[in-house]
Design a protein around this ligand. Structure first.
Ligand SMILES: [Ca+2]
Ligand SMILES: [Ca+2]
Ligand SMILES: [Ca+2]
Ligand SMILES: [Ca+2]
Length: 613
């Protein structure tokens, strides 16, 4: 098409880039003369424009840092649909056939308005253990929701909602995005800008940055009924800095128009993502931060004549996924009240005990009590809507300043119904007469563990028996649920129709303590690196990087479970700290806090630095 392609410069480029075009069976030793021969052939057939366009960057050696993604960085678990926690399926609306398989979440709509929650905001008026409540999204930082999905019906759209808090539907404190059209049976990657792609009022009661943080994110993957769909991943990313962008470079000749730049996801669900519709010149600084980690190529296409070329396959890095397992939301379970003070744990963990009749001071409004169904658990059938269990404290009172973290593992049979009775509560008393009532704890389906990191801060529905820290507790009671006895249970009693209860354990524990040392434990997972550098810090607050973190250790850790045996340090002021771990795989850095705090020094805080000796 042009004489330019026969210029000396172009011949040089062709000769230096020819290896990318050579078939794989050509050996390295044979390559030099073949490269030369191919370059000559390239010159001879220069009328073919396809040989003139070549993408030189990214190269096969390129590893691009993943963009700053909320789920990766804040939740510590990317919405890659590789684990069940990625979608809170129990909260989905009008949805059937929900399943996670091989990194894909699938479902089918059963009505218009069918929805899923990557981040659920919890229930109004409850002790809110939802991830949304625990990990609110900072709206000034995160902005773009990108979804890779496929629907199996024609004429569908995807849209999303963001919610300020649990009662946002009734108070109108939510926002709605525009609808994005989908093509049937094709993977598509849709990016929704939470600032520019959200409806104004009155459709949206709030805009994205009206509130400092939001706690719910809902996606409606299709708007028809009976539509099946698949989701590969969801991301919520911050705007890219210049340094976070990816340099795309190509060579061309005989063409002066613009180019389309695409990222080709070449994994098991291939799809292209447009990075630029009309780039000019021979380079472009592309924003790949929207894209999930994995294998990609960059495709460059002349808008003028559709000539196209693709880069070598390169990688967007998988950031490390790090979770501290000690300390944790559970507190120091090895030191739990029942085991240490009563001498008889309330259920199996962590000391190998079992539930038996001696673990309860009273069992009220239950029939069919058993400790063998399965063995070592408490199981029973409620006889009204107020079944309750008073734990046997062995005549001892509970020191509430020491015992702060409470977990229980329980299952209620039958269909979950939050409005009708799928809530548990705790009661306590300092005098044995007046009871304090906790807020409701919303129950999940199946055997689940529920943990409150600090009883001193949980929501209470009344405080007649005192707040947690107000005096020793002579009574602790668990009410497993509040379902009334159904007519089905009366006529045809089954575990499901009668909402039978199975309780595996109740564990009341102190905070973790370093006196003077502590063994920190974690689980590390990185899909494309075998190890990462971990730095551990004590932090008086839970804001990473604000300058008050105290470094206590740095280790090279392999994937899997690991630990740091910390001897303690006399330089650290006694007190209660959050524990921060920063995992760096050499490309991305991820910061995560432990789910529970650690006490440094004596728990009573009597001995302060400078006074203890
Ligand atoms: Ca995940
Ligand atoms: Ca996936
Ligand atoms: Ca990695
Ligand atoms: Ca801090």
């Amino acid at each position: 098409m042009s004489n330019d392609s026969t210029s000396p410069i172009m011949r040089l480029l062709l000769s230096t880039q020819a290896p990318r075009c050579t078939p794989g069976r050509i050996t390295r030793a044979a390559a030099p003369w073949l490269v030369f021969a191919l370059s000559v052939i390239g010159v001879l057939i220069s009328a073919n424009p396809a040989l003139a366009l070549s993408v030189t960057q990214p190269s096969a050696a390129t590893v691009i840092a993943a963009g700053d993604d909320y789920a990766t960085q804040v939740l510590g678990n990317a919405w890659d649909m590789s684990d069940a926690v990625d979608i809170d399926t129990e909260e989905s609306g009008l949805m059937s056939s929900q399943v996670f398989s091989a990194g894909i979440f699938s479902g089918a709509t059963t009505g218009n308005g069918a929805s899923i929650y990557p981040l659920f905001m919890g229930y109004s008026g409850s002790i809110n253990l939802s991830r949304g409540a625990n990990f609110p999204i900072a709206t000034s930082h995160y902005r773009y929701v990108t979804i890779k999905l496929r629907v199996h019906s024609a004429s569908q759209n995807v849209n999303l909602y963001f919610l300020l808090e649990p009662n946002s539907y009734s108070t109108g404190t939510y926002g709605a995005s525009h609808y994005f059209p989908l093509v049937a049976n094709q993977w598509t990657t849709v990016t929704i800008d939470m600032i520019n792609d959200v409806y104004p009022a009155p459709t949206s009661g709030i805009q994205w940055t009206d509130q400092a943080s939001i706690t719910g994110l809902r996606i409606d993957p299709a708007n028809g009924t009976g539509v099946s769909y698949d989701i590969d991943w969801i991301r919520l990313t911050a705007p890219a800095t210049t340094a976070q962008k990816t340099s795309v470079q190509w060579t061309d000749s005989g063409y002066t128009g613009t180019y389309k730049i695409e990222a080709l996801d070449i994994g098991s669900a291939p799809v292209s993502y447009t990075l630029a519709a009309a780039a000019s010149g021979t380079s472009y600084l592309a924003d790949t931060t929207f894209l999930a980690p994995g294998q990609y190529q960059i495709k460059v296409t002349r808008n003028g004549d559709s000539t196209t070329a693709s880069s070598a396959t390169f990688r967007i890095n998988n950031p490390a996924q790090i979770a501290l397992t000690s300390p944790s939301v559970r507190g120091e379970q090895a030191q739990n009240f029942a085991s240490v003070v009563v001498g008889n744990s309330w259920g199996p963990p962590p000391s190998g005990g079992v539930f038996s009749a001696t673990d309860f001071l009273s069992i009220v409004n239950f029939s069919n009590v058993s400790y063998t169904n399965p063995a070592g658990t408490f199981s029973a059938r409620p006889t009204n809507n107020d079944p309750n269990l008073r734990l046997n404290q062995g005549g001892h009172t509970i020191d509430p300043t020491l015992y702060r973290s409470l977990c229980f593992t329980m299952q209620v049979s039958g269909a979950r119904n939050v409005g009708l009775g799928s809530v548990a509560r705790f009661f306590w008393s300092s005098n044995g007469t007046n009871l304090t009532t906790s807020g409701p704890i919303v129950l999940d389906t199946g055997l689940s563990e529920y943990c409150m990191a600090d009883l001193a801060t949980v929501q209470l529905d009344n405080t007649a028996g005192g707040t947690w820290l107000a005096g020793s507790k002579i009574l602790l009671r668990l009410d497993p649920h509040e379902f009334p006895v159904s007519s089905a249970c009366t006529s045809t009693p089954t575990p499901a129709s009668c909402y039978d209860v199975q309780l595996n354990s109740v564990v009341l524990s102190p905070f973790a303590q370093a006196n003077p040392g502590y063994t920190f434990t974690w689980n590390l997972a990185d899909a494309d690196n075998t190890s990462a550098t971990l730095n551990l810090y004590l932090d008086p607050d839970n804001t990473p990087g604000n300058g008050n973190e105290i470094a206590i250790g740095s280790v090279a850790a392999n994937n899997g479970n690991g630990q740091l045996v910390w001897p303690g340090s006399s330089a650290i002021q006694y007190g209660t700290y959050h524990v921060l771990v920063v995992a760096d795989d050499g490309v991305n850095s991820v910061s995560q806090y432990a789910g529970g705090v650690i006490v440094i020094g004596a728990r009573d805080g009597i001995f302060r630095n400078g006074f203890e000796n």
